[in-house]
Design a protein around this ligand. Structure first.
Ligand SMILES: *Cc1c(COP(=O)(O)O)cnc(C)c1O
Length: 401
């Protein structure tokens, strides 16, 4: 049966493709394991017990629905700015939405453990939280460079009971952590489930993570109509792998008058290779870590080095559904630099009393720029994907307050 939460434009064909993007894994053993996850996923989303358990946890554990807040001071720039407050979720970001779904599925499949990679530690913390809640073991692979950088999240994962596997190969960051986590998973396919942290990777992950994140857009569309009347002119979200953006966009895809805008990190500038992560803007088509998408490449096709002030956005690839939304012309992708992101971080903190994650600040940066180009009758809805507690020390090193 079809996945009724997702718009047809972001649903895969039987080969896991969205247009020319996406795809299934070739490796036979892994393909069998991922097919088991895919079948399990298709069954549970039709299972009344699963749906009611997920709804119970969303309401009483995560704290959903998250409100939409009209940021009136920020809106003095021109267009009205509204924030979908995913930063108010338990654990402080949108990632808990798909982590609870993935761990519930793992449990349903009889698995004892979830395995994942993490970059900044946000996915690791959300997954460790869901695993603690539902009584599964949790194994998190993390580059040694990231472990040194993201100490509070490492401590959180340890306290929550996760086992952290340090990865020293290569640059010792996210990409190597993904390889290491997959290798470990290969050795324990029967007992464990791999839990990817965004709408990336081979099928069924892009569809599955989009399904679990789609609550954001379904809630937002209804809340906006009820509280403010009609629909926003633009819905805006930052894009790393693309899960928070797709979660919001999905419900608005058929609303032809609503523009969908993803915001990518321009880092230190689009003219500086290796110092940005503007995948949709400058990436080329190819296969990265088991799926097809646009990704930032060196001349020989290997993934390029990337940078963003927001560690949750510095991945050279991007989810296949976003690539397809771009090809189809339904969504457009803009950028914000590190400097614009810091300005937006401070503006939201000082003018509204909300400290946003640096990732989310990219979406806010675009919204501030855009609001000033539009009159006060226009309405922009921004996904505030996470709170900025994790970023406060870093920001104070960059600017003087
Ligand atoms: C991880 C993260 C992101 C980026 O991931 P997407 O899959 O692109 O949403 C954005 N915001 C926050 C707060 C994050 O933790």
């Amino acid at each position: 049966m079809a996945n009724e939460q997702l718009n047809a434009l972001v649903l895969p064909d039987e080969n896991g493709n969205f247009g020319k993007h996406g795809g299934k894994i070739g490796h036979p053993e892994l393909a069998r394991a991922l097919a088991e996850i895919e079948t399990g996923f298709r069954n549970i989303i039709q299972d009344a017990d699963f749906i009611s358990e997920m709804k119970r946890l969303q309401a009483t554990y995560v704290g959903r629905p998250s409100p939409i807040y009209h940021a009136r001071t920020l809106s003095q720039r021109g267009a009205q700015i509204y924030l979908k407050r995913e930063d108010l979720n338990h654990t402080g970001a949108h990632k808990i939405n798909h982590c609870i779904g993935e761990v519930l599925l793992a449990k349903k499949l009889g698995k004892k453990k979830v395995i994942a990679e993490t970059g900044a530690g946000q996915h690791g913390v959300a997954l460790a939280t869901a695993a603690a809640l539902l009584g599964l073991a949790c194994e998190i692979h993390m580059g040694v460079v990231d472990i040194a950088k993201e100490h509070p999240n490492v401590s959180r994962m340890k306290i929550l009971g996760a086992k952290i596997v340090p990865v020293s190969a290569g640059a010792g960051t996210l990409k190597e952590a993904v390889d290491s986590a997959f290798e470990s998973y290969m050795g324990q396919l029967d007992d464990s489930m791999f839990a990817i942290g965004s709408v990336v990777g081979p099928a069924p992950y892009p569809e599955m993570v989009a399904y679990f994140q789609s609550i954001v857009g379904h809630e937002a569309r209804e809340q906006f109509q009820t509280a403010y009347g009609g629909l926003p002119d633009e819905v805006i979200a930052c894009v790393g792998g693309g899960s928070n953006a797709l979660g919001l966009f999905n419900a608005f895809i058929d609303d032809k008058n609503v523009e969908l805008v993803g915001v990518e990190p321009a880092g230190e500038g689009l003219d500086k290779p290796g110092r940005h992560a503007a995948t949709m803007t400058l990436g080329k088509f190819g296969n990265i870590q088991g799926f097809n998408c646009y990704y930032l490449q060196e001349a020989d096709g290997t993934p390029a080095a990337v940078h963003s002030i927001a560690s949750g956005l510095d991945y050279p690839g991007v989810g296949p559904q976003h690539c397809h939304l771009k090809d189809s012309g339904r969504a457009r992708y803009e950028t914000a630099t590190d400097a614009e992101c810091l300005d937006a971080f401070m503006a939201l903190s000082r003018e509204e009393g909300i400290i946003p994650a640096l990732e989310s600040s990219h979406a806010v940066a675009y919204a501030l720029r855009r609001a000033a180009q539009l009159d006060s009758s226009k309405r922009l809805l921004v996904n505030l994907s996470g709170r900025g507690d994790k970023d406060i020390d870093f920001v104070l090193e960059k600017i003087t307050v």
